[in-house]
Design a binder for this molecule. Sequence first.
Ligand SMILES: Cc1ncc(COP(=O)(O)O)c(C=O)c1O
Length: 442
Amino acid sequence: MTTVHEPATAMAELAVWPASATEPRPGDLAVGGVPLAAVADRFGTPVYVLDEAEVRDRCRTYRDAFPDAEIVYAAKAFLCRAMAHWTDEEGLGLDVCSAGELELAVTTGFPAERIVLHGNAKSPRDLDTALRLGVGRIVIDSPSEIARLAAAVGPDGHQKVMVRVVPGINAGGHEKIRTGTDDQKFGLSIADGYAQHAITRILDQPQLELTGLHCHLGSQITSVKPYLVAVRRLVGLMARLQEQHGLVLPELDLGGGHGIAYRPGEAALDLTALARKVRAELADACTTAGLPVPRLIIEPGRAIVGPAGIAVYRVLSVKHTAEHVFVAVDGGMSDNPRPALYGVRYMPRLIGRHSTADCARLTVVGRHCEAGDVLAADAELPADVRPGDLLAVPVAGAYHLSMASGYNLVGRPPVVAVRDGAARLLVRRESLEEIRSRDVGL
Ligand SMILES: Cc1ncc(COP(=O)(O)O)c(C=O)c1O
């Protein structure tokens, strides 16, 4: 165990927490006016806490930064009925990638015309549901989808579509979340001509109205530059489409991928700079190409919900080895697969009691049967952390529960919203009875 001589200051540590985070008393952390330890006592652990005001503020920050653009929240980051409701109230659109996400949103009252359907492999059910519910736009991601969709729409029908193109740009926080490069499963490449070919085929289908090009470069992008390169390449393709087909596309969707800090000191994408530079680049590229400026669409997921979420775990065991102290909590890779998938590390914090012990670097691990189930390899925590303590992990709102699994049959944690000093259950804990009831054979 390494003793840390200069522990991070309280203010610096709170940099990645929701703006509402306060420490009313030493060791007592509150979010949305609700002490996290009280949430743990009331709803049990592990539990995910979502700060409603933080979600709404982030939606408003996007709308202020991009006043002329359409902001479409990427539901894959996290979706529940309340989340759909909040984003609707804040005037955002919704990006879904399955019939499940779509049904949940529409049955909550989210207007279908403000929904964009994505997916590199949309099932017949996905497409049927989209058409039945009247989804606003469908983003075509493969050549075979064009005829399928046109047939499903029927000769008298009408559906707005975009085309997901691959601009050949390498950006994103990890190899597994880079989607702007050629030769991968998403989209249609500009470089090899597949994108142009697909567009010609879409134009042959009168019931499909092509409204724009789409690209999504990847996730956890912390620099503006890749987006500017994407604007140039996509406007270049738009100019060629105008020359060849006389086509002027009114929309341009640059996807999401805006990077956030998971630990204090980590880089995040500067949204104001992104908005200013993308707008200028788009205007300049369109002037050069002799095109009208299309309406911009962006699809942030992580940057809206990630920093609004906190995972709260209870410590189950503390084990000392020759070189490490392993602090094992009651959740892990089944509620948060990101460390195992991408090697991401978090900065948990002791809550619910004040410790005067020196800080040490401890290894916070999950309860699952994988050695890679590590939440924080070098967490700065009081050296006296013990079973029964509570640890809170900030920046837990995106791609945790939406990627949660049934591993080890522990059941997925609940989601609790906090706001103005009150906590309310949004999604209940998955019970063992529910898990058992799906198991119908013997
Ligand atoms: C098409 C599309 N748009 C938007 C997003 C959201 O990305 P992020 O959560 O990094 O903003 C994704 C994420 O995978 C995506 O695939």
